[in-house]
Design a binder for this molecule. Structure first.
Ligand SMILES: *Cc1c(COP(=O)(O)O)cnc(C)c1O
Length: 386
């Protein structure tokens, strides 16, 4: 059994993929070919935003968004420690400081109450909430909320807190392209939305890719400029320092083919997730917590993640499943505040207890649109028999 079966999807769209790639080979515009602009238009429509700026990866999307806000040394950017490294790595790469905020144990996303406490503690120089070592010299600038496992964070509350404190928000929607929050699409829920087309993401290409979304004309123009080395209207006078962050034309062509079946795949993902949860109930497996989706949210199920009782329970479940040829994965075994790369921030064990607890108990089952019911029955039976 596979954790994510991309071949099952390829069979369905093979002809269009081949034709789209052939079209790129024929016109030869490998960099910023017409497919890139067409994809930007289609995906901006899909997300209901005014602008979309294609880029080379989800990491570059975050980097471009942060550079657009001129993030640098002395800036505090609030984010979750329970995420992929790229979320906070891009903050540090620009010389700014990630200020971590614990998560909600039900959604695994940044907890708005804690966000409020963390901002207040930083502004008031108080130790009421864990802060990085350099906290007294930092100015709050923005927030990166993450839609973990494909479930959007609570943007109504996060937006209200941001507005009160004059902060901008970036939505890390690397896992949530296609999800919804109160009928609004992921990538449109903050000032800038950033997604990834890494092959294993809900909408993936056959290499690296990403995109930034915004309704703001000025932000979009700056993002386009940064993506291409800081170009301006004057070809010989670059306006700012940028990066080479473009999306390959061939990847745009592949995404165009995948987009045709994407809405259907979102439905299939929902069915697969619902089937897992129902099977777990039928087998009366109460020692494992199944995912919770609050009312008004639509998850795109980048991962179907379960909480075991404790770390030992998780290990035994993973071993049992592996022995039955069923792969599992852990997103994420070590929260960012405890990782070596962020050692200089001075955080310690106990600073973010919910994230630390989830890191010890979380694990994910195989999840992709074409996962069959018999395979799911087998997976849940193996769990139930342990
Ligand atoms: C995958 C991912 C990224 C980075 O995307 P890449 O395309 O791999 O660079 C950023 N944030 C989160 C939450 C992710 O899951």
């Amino acid at each position: 059994m596979l954790f994510i079966d991309l071949a099952a999807q390829q069979v369905i769209i093979k002809e269009k993929i081949d034709a789209n790639i052939q079209a790129v080979l024929s016109h030869g515009k490998y960099i910023m070919g017409p497919e890139v602009a067409r994809l930007e238009t289609k995906l901006a429509d899909f997300c209901g935003t005014q602008h979309a700026v294609a880029c080379a990866s989800g990491t570059d999307a975050l980097l471009i968004a942060l550079m657009t806000y001129d993030v640098g040394p002395g800036d505090a950017i609030f984010t979750t420690p329970f995420t992929f490294i790229a979320t906070a790595e891009t903050i540090s790469l620009l010389g700014a400081t990630p200020v971590f905020v614990d998560i909600d144990p039900n959604t695994f996303n940044i907890d708005p109450d804690h966000l409020d406490q963390a901002i207040t503690a930083l502004i008031n120089c108080s130790s009421d909430y864990p802060r990085p070592a350099s906290a007294v010299r930092l100015t709050p600038k923005g927030i990166i909320a993450v839609d973990l496992y494909g479930l959007p964070a609570d943007y109504d509350r996060i937006n209200a807190i941001a507005a009160q404190n004059n902060l901008w928000i970036i939505e890390d929607a690397a896992q949530s392209f296609g999800a919804k929050y109160k009928n609004r699409p992921a990538c449109s829920l903050a000032h800038i939305g950033c997604t990834s087309f890494f092959p294993a993401k809900p909408l993936g290409c056959y290499g690296d890719g990403g995109m930034c979304f915004t309704d703001d004309d000025a932000l979009a123009e700056t993002m386009q400029s940064i993506r291409g080395h800081g170009t301006s209207n004057n070809k010989y006078d670059n306006a700012r320092i940028g990066i080479n962050g473009r999306l390959d034309t061939i990847q745009a062509a592949i995404l165009d083919a995948k987009l045709d079946i994407f809405s259907r795949e979102i439905e299939l993902r929902s069915q697969v997730a619902l089937r897992y949860t129902n099977l777990m109930k039928e087998q009366q497996i109460y020692s494992i917590q199944t995912p919770r989706v609050p009312d008004g949210y639509l998850s795109v199920w980048a991962h179907y993640s379960l909480l075991a009782k404790d770390q030992r329970h998780r290990t035994s479940l993973q071993v049992g499943l592996k022995n039955a040829d069923i792969p599992t994965a852990i997103y994420y075994p070590k929260p960012l505040h405890l990782q070596t790369a962020f050692k200089s921030l001075g955080y310690k064990i106990g600073d973010f207890p919910v994230s630390e607890d989830c890191a010890q108990r979380i694990f994910s089952l195989p999840m992709y649109p074409y996962l069959t019911e018999p395979d799911q029955q087998k997976i849940v039976k193996v769990i139930g028999d342990m």
